[in-house]
Ligand binder design. Structure first.
Ligand code: URA
Length: 267
């Protein structure tokens, strides 16, 4: 059964008061001046080789020879199929030892939106697709409230591709080991906006450890792409009142995306 937009907002715990009309200014958050954050300085890269796909997890990939840390050197030259193969067979950190499978991500390979979470949980590890558990249902409702959906102009990935045991927070070394994959995904996907879901994604992409509360409502940049920060859906499931703040963040992200698509001329 598909939910209407209003039903999705209700599902998110957001009353109709949050439904803004087109062109209506937001009440609380102001658009702060662009805050430049370290770009990777990656060279312009070849476009993704795959056509946009529906929200299907990648088919199983035959294991290849194990990769040691030295196997990461050429990551920034890989096309998408080779990147997917490398991730599927990665042994660059200990998370590979207990995973059922690595979870690269899912969605449109020419997305407007890139959502980045923390790492696969048990459901994602079993199914090979990000955000398929309860947090994923909420994320889908959040996307639906924006009239977008996974697989349609949206790509969903994670800071780490393998499940941390017991769903613990990924360690700094694990984030660092996986970061080249995420950086290559971003370079190939070329999203128009990146939405970071929670502190771990913020740490991985922006290298910033400030509180989420202090980072919300600001426009950051990664490699020239606007970046916006919001709460992780799993946090929102435990802190229902903050859903309204997440909705504000998504509306802010949509404005940033629209501004990026048609910049205001200075005269
Ligand atoms: N939480 C995440 O950060 N990512 C997932 O894929 C699932 C839950």
């Amino acid at each position: 059964m598909s939910l209407s937009r209003e039903q999705m907002l209700v599902e998110m715990g957001i009353s109709p008061i949050w439904v803004l009309r087109e062109n209506e200014q937001p009440a609380a958050e102001s658009v702060t001046a662009p805050l430049a954050v370290a770009a990777t300085g990656q060279p312009e890269l070849a476009p993704p080789l795959l056509q946009p796909t529906a929200a299907q997890p990648a088919p199983p990939i035959a294991p290849a020879a194990p990769l040691g840390a030295s196997g990461m050197a050429d990551i920034d030259t890989l096309d998408w199929p080779e990147l997917a193969r490398r991730v599927a067979t990665c042994q660059a950190c200990p998370l590979c030892q207990q995973r059922k499978q690595a979870v690269l991500g899912v969605g449109d390979l020419h997305p407007d939106w890139l959502f980045i979470g923390e790492g696969p949980g048990a459901d994602e590890d079993a199914q090979g697709e990000p955000f398929v558990g309860q947090a994923g249902k909420l994320l889908d409702n959040m996307l639906g409230a924006l009239d977008i959906a996974r697989g349609n102009k949206v790509y969903i990935g994670n800071a780490v591709k393998c499940r941390p045991p017991g769903n613990r927070t990924p360690e700094a070394a694990e984030l660092a080991a996986c970061r080249p994959y995420l950086e290559r995904q971003i370079a190939l996907l070329k999203p128009k906006i990146i939405v970071l879901l929670g502190k771990v994604a913020v740490h991985s992409v922006l290298h910033d450890d400030k509180s989420l509360a202090s980072l919300r409502g600001k426009r950051f940049e990664y490699a020239g792409i606007p970046v916006v920060v919001t709460y992780h859906p799993a946090y929102l499931l435990r802190n229902l009142p903050d859903k309204a703040k997440a909705w504000e963040d998504l509306l802010f992200a949509r404005r940033v995306l629209r501004e990026a698509a048609s910049p205001v001329l200075p005269f």
